[in-house]
Design a protein around this ligand. Sequence first.
Ligand code: NAP
Length: 505
Amino acid sequence: MSFQPHGKHLIAGQWLASEEQFLSSPASGPAYSFSKGSIDLVNAAAEAAEAAFVEYGYTSRETRAHFLNVIADEIDARADAITEIGCFETGLPGARLIGERGRTVGQLRLFAQHILQGAYLDKRHDKAMPEREPLPRSDLKMMQRPIGPVAVFGASNFPLAFSTAGGDTAAALAAGCPVVVKGHSAHPGTGEIVAEAVAAAVEQCGIHPGVFSLIQGGDRAVGSALVQHPLIKAVGFTGSLTGGRALFDLCAARPEPIPFFGELGSVNPMFLLPEAVTARGDALANGWVQSLTMGAGQFCTNPGIAILKKGDAADRFLETARLALEKVPAQTMLTDGIAEAYRAGQKRISATTGVQEVLMTQCDQRDATPYLFATTGRHWLANEALAEEVFGPLGVVVTVDSDAQMLEIAKSLQGQLTCTLHLDEADTKLGRELMPVLERKAGRVLANGFPTGVEVCDSMVHGGPYPASTNFGATSVGTLSIRRFLRPVCYQDLPAALLPDDLNL
Ligand code: NAP
C-alpha cells in the first residue's frame, strides 16, 4: 500500500495518539491499528473549533472559497492513494471510489463558487422611516451568519462524499463554521488521508488550525460526547436510523438543544403505472435490477419497493426482474455488521405473512447476493415492518388490486428520500392523484428514472420527512445544504463600522 496510516487523530493541526487502540476491519488485506477516540480529545477539538470560529466566522467569502478550492486540490493530489486505501477498507471497486472523489472535490469547488456569488446570504434591508406615524421605523438589515462549530458524522457507504471532507464538511466550512469530524470506524485510513489533505490546505491558506479536527472512533461514547459538547452548535449526520435517532435524542435532551441534521435511510418506493408497465415492463424490470444492485444495494436512494397493478404485465415484470437478479454476482458489503443486518432483514421479510420468496440465494458472511420477494397490497398494508429499510440488494414487488389501493399504499408511507413514478401519457390521471401524496412524503419525486445517483447542484433536495431525515426543511446535498449551518441575524440601526462587511449595502 502506498499510504500507511499512522492511526492518529488530527486535533487542530496536531496528530495525536491516544493510549487505547482499535483494529480496522478492511474488506481485504491486513488490519491497521488506530487510536481510539476519547472524551479528552472531544473537549480539545471542540475548544479549538470555538477558538477558530472567532476568526474563521469573520473571514471573507474569498478567503473561504480559496480554502475550499485548496482542499479539493490537496485531495486530488492524493488521488491514487485515496482510491487504494478506500477500496481496501470498504471493498468498493476502484471506479466507484474515483467517481466519488470526483464528486467530493466537485462539491468543495461548487461551494466555493456558491459563496462567491453571495446570494446565500439572503440579505434584506428595510430602510429607516423616521417620519412614519404613529411610530418611526428603525433601519433594519438582515443576513445569514454562520452558527459556530459543527460536528460531522459520515456514513460507511460514502467514504469520501459523505465523510471526512464530504458534503456536510464542505457546507459548514463554506458557511464559516469550523468542523469536528467523528471518523467512521469502517474507513479510518481513508479518513486519515483525507484529513491530511485538509490539514495541508489549512496550513497553505494560513487558516486557524482549530477549523478542522478528526477524531477517530472505536468507541460510541465519543460520538455521544461530541454531540453533547456545549461548544458544538449543530450536527450533520449521515447513517442509520438507529444511530441517527440515538444522537438526535441526545441533541434534543441537551440543556441547550441544537439542530441535528440526520440523513437516514429510506426504501424509495417506485410506483409503476399500468400503461408504462404494459408498454415497457421488461425495460423497467431490467432498469430496476441495475439500480437495486448497484454497489451491493448499499445506497440510501436504493429503490427497494416496486408497486404495480396485478395482472399479466405485473407477472411478467416480476419474472423479468427475477431472471436479471439471478445473474447478479455476489458483491462484498461494507462491513461485517452491515452484511449481518442484511441477512437479518431478509429473514424478517421471509417470515412475514403473505410474502412469497421469489429469489433466495446463498452467500458468504461479508458478501451479498440479491433477494426478491412478492406480496399483495393487502398484506403490505397489514404489515408495517415491510416498509422498513433493508440496506442491500433486496427488492419487494407489491401488486395492488386497484388505483385506490395504490393510493392507500402511498398514503401509508413513512418519509422518504425519493419516490419514483414510472408513467406514460395515458397514466397521467393516476399520476396526478398520486402527486399530492408523494410530494408530502419525499424530498425528491422523479419520473421515468431511477433514484440512485444524486446530482450535486442548486435544485437538489436530498432529505425528506422523518425517518428519511430528522429535519424535513433541509437537504444534505447541493448548495441549499449550506442553510443548515447559518442563522438569520437582524441588525437594527447599527453603525456601518459594526456591521459584517457583507452587510454594508
Ligand atoms: P451508522 O452505523 O449509523 O454509522 C454512522 C456514524 O454514526 C458512524 O460514525 C457511527 O460510529 C456513528 N454512530 C452510529 N450509532 C451511534 C451511536 N448509537 N452512538 C454514537 N455514534 C453512533 O451508519 P452506516 O452503517 O455508516 O451507514 C449506512 C446507513 O446510512 C444506511 O441506513 C443508509 O441508508 C444510510 N445512509 C443515508 C444517506 C443519506 O443521505 N440519507 C447516505 C448514505 C447512507 P462508528 O464509527 O462507531 O460505527
